[in-house]
Design a binder for this molecule. Structure first.
Ligand code: SIN
Length: 328
């Protein structure tokens, strides 16, 4: 009788184990932008590649765009709690977890996206992927969006134009210092609130890429966009160390491969969208694009560059130097 009970228990346990093993790994990928953006497209590509290569019975990726699941201010906490497995917040949104990624926020540091790419793929940029480990997060790769432009209710030609104006910024003290350097009033607000803040004139302006300004219709409520290219808005694709380490090595390898391909795809779109979305905004005639003369641009550089020194200790002088060298 005892033997029979033991056999039944063993059988039940092994069925149970099989049922557990058979359950697919679920990856919720949360982001805040529209689907027709570099990040939106990258996330969908990743989902499709994982489905094609690993199959729904092994791994299921579900993408939640437009802050549907979490805004960027909550997503990393949710990730550490296991409520979401992947996200790609803007590099400006990691300040709570590391000071080093703030290097990307320094104004007028990178001359173009090629310099950003060189820095990210170089030794210092690759080391930064691990800068969140102590906080329980793993950086899996960078994704481009593009250079930021300055939109406002009035034309921004020289720093004095920004004086006293309210600008929405991402949650970064460097970005706060950047606007304070031109006597503007920076306000840290979630991306999902920007359109309404602009529309109701609760704020005067904001900084963002052409694809975000276009896809979130900021250009419809901002009559002027200065083509300032004063900083970069890129992303870090992250997961939690706990989730990543729970995966078999073979699954990790396949996911990383799919992600690298999805990122390459997203980067290609980022390059194209920068031009296309700028053009669409110009054609809409809803917003005038302000082009700066060299002398005007230089005034912004001189006003904002002291921010580098202000954050040198927190970020690291060597890291700033390495980023600057990527311009050559
Ligand atoms: C994003 O591109 O993910 C959002 C950027 C922002 O918050 O301005």
């Amino acid at each position: 009788m005892r033997l029979l009970a033991a056999a039944v228990t063993t059988l039940a346990l092994s069925f149970g184990a099989q049922a557990v093993m058979a359950a697919p790994i679920e990856i919720k990928f949360s982001h805040v932008v529209a689907e027709n953006t570099p990040k939106g497209q990258m996330a969908l590509k990743f989902r499709d590649l994982v489905k094609e290569r690993l199959g729904d019975d092994k791994v299921v990726v579900e993408v939640f765009p437009n802050s549907q699941l979490f805004g960027d201010n909550k997503v990393l906490e949710a990730m550490l709690l296991g409520d979401v497995q992947m996200a790609a917040p803007a590099l400006s949104k990691f300040q709570k977890y590391t000071d080093q990624l703030q290097v990307f926020d320094l104004p007028f540091l990178f001359k173009d996206m090629a310099a950003v790419e060189r820095f990210q793929q170089g030794p210092e940029g690759q080391k930064l992927l691990d800068s969140l480990r102590k906080k329980g997060l793993v950086g899996l790769g960078y994704l481009h969006n593009g250079m930021k432009q300055l939109s406002a209710s009035e034309p921004m030609r020289v720093p004095a134009d920004a004086s006293g104006k309210k600008f929405r910024i991402m949650t970064s003290d460097v970005l706060q210092a950047q606007f304070e350097a031109v006597d503007a009033v920076p306000l840290k607000k979630p991306f999902s609130e920007v359109f309404t803040l602009l529309q109701t004139k609760a704020i005067d302006g904001q900084e963002n890429t052409w694809s975000n300004i276009y896809s979130k219709k900021f250009f419809e409520v901002q009559p002027y966009i200065t083509e300032s290219n004063h900083g970069v808005l890129d992303y870090l694709v992250v997961t939690s160390t706990e989730f990543w380490m729970s995966l078999d090595e073979s699954v990790q390898t396949e996911l990383k491969k799919a992600l690298d391909e999805a990122i390459a795809y997203g980067n290609d779109i980022a390059g194209k969208k920068t031009e296309e979305d700028k053009q669409l905004i110009i054609e809409s005639k809803r917003s005038e694009v302000v082009t700066l003369s060299d002398a005007e641009r230089q005034q912004w550089v001189e006003a904002m560059k002291p921010v580098w020194k202000q954050f040198e200790d927190a970020i690291g002088a060597d890291l700033i130097k390495a980023a600057e060298m990527s311009n050559q």
